[in-house]
Design a protein around this ligand. Structure first.
Ligand code: PDD
Length: 278
């Protein structure tokens, strides 16, 4: 792979960053993941806007202006001949002597790489996935897409150890979101229920697109928190993310959701999303 590091295009083995990088020592870094289908960037404007939010909230300077950032995204797809997969972007505050208080003048580290992944033909789309619920032990600024991913990673591993495919995180009895995806349910009267935006969840780009598509298709949407019990009794459940688009959930903590197969509204929204973005 050809990767991007601070203005240079390098073979991945030649891309090196300092052991004093605050991304490495303090998880003092933010990231974005954008899907690529047929060489095309999916929902790029949303990812660029959220990147801006993350860097602003942490006072990290993005080294490239919006046009240059888009050009680098397009270039990395071409250089790696990515047909279907993702672009990972990370900006850390940069290297400094290890100190909890950081200096003002660090030079940010900007990294991009690509990864091939079957987004359209993931075999899980036909079967749906199973979820285990776990407590949400992350910090309270989940609207910032930081690389503090240890807890989501531990939660997903625990879900897998319990025989599930992924974790949904729960706080005060309500589902916040998945380990790396937005959580949604569909009630028995066909209403899409998804948690409202706040600092408790990442403001999913795919979430926003799906809400628009649902409203345009005449599907009722309620932005409110839902409990694990409500999810277990729902007609349908699904997750959304840049790397999964819409992925049906057919089991939560061993309880079958609906008929135990991907439901009609999940399938419809997935098809509508793909059709509108390609
Ligand atoms: N994760 N919530 C969390 C905690 C996430 O990490 C993600 C994305 C989402 C979905 O957001 P979006 O629709 O904008 O991708 C929700 C990415 C894909 C990842 O960490 O790989």
């Amino acid at each position: 792979r050809i990767v991007y590091l601070n203005g240079a295009w390098l073979e991945e083995a030649d891309a090196k960053i300092s052991i004093f990088d605050r991304g490495f020592l303090f998880a003092d870094a933010i990231y974005e993941v954008t899907a690529v289908i047929g060489g095309k960037l999916i929902d790029y404007a949303g990812h660029a806007a959220r990147l801006q939010h993350s860097t602003t909230e942490l006072g990290i300077r993005c080294p490239l202006d919006p046009d240059a950032l888009l050009a680098v995204h397009r270039d990395i797809v071409l250089r790696n001949a990515v047909d279907e997969g993702l672009i990972y972007l990370q900006i850390s505050r940069g290297a400094a002597d290890r100190d909890f208080a950081y200096p003002e003048n660090t030079t940010p580290t900007l990294v991009l790489f690509t990864q091939a992944k079957p987004v359209l033909n993931n075999p899980r789309i036909k079967t749906g996935i199973s979820i285990a619920t776990l407590p949400d032990w992350r910090w309270e600024r989940r609207d910032i897409k930081t690389v503090q991913l240890l807890y989501p990673s531990m939660a997903k591993m625990e879900a897998v150890n319990r025989g599930a495919d992924d974790a949904w995180l729960v706080e005060d009895g309500f589902v916040t979101e998945g380990s790396a995806a937005t959580a949604h349910i569909v009630t028995r009267d066909g209403t899409l229920v998804t948690r409202p935006l706040s600092n408790a969840i990442l403001h999913g780009i795919t979430r926003a697109s799906i809400i628009d598509l649902a409203r345009n298709a005449g599907i009722a949407v309620e932005e409110r928190a839902f409990t694990v019990d409500e999810a277990r009794a729902a007609a349908e459940a699904f997750i959304t993310s840049a790397t999964n688009f819409v992925l049906p959930v057919v089991r939560i903590d061993g309880q079958t959701i609906g008929d135990g197969v991907p439901g009609p509204i999940s399938k419809r929204l997935r098809a509508a999303y793909i059709e509108s973005r390609l």
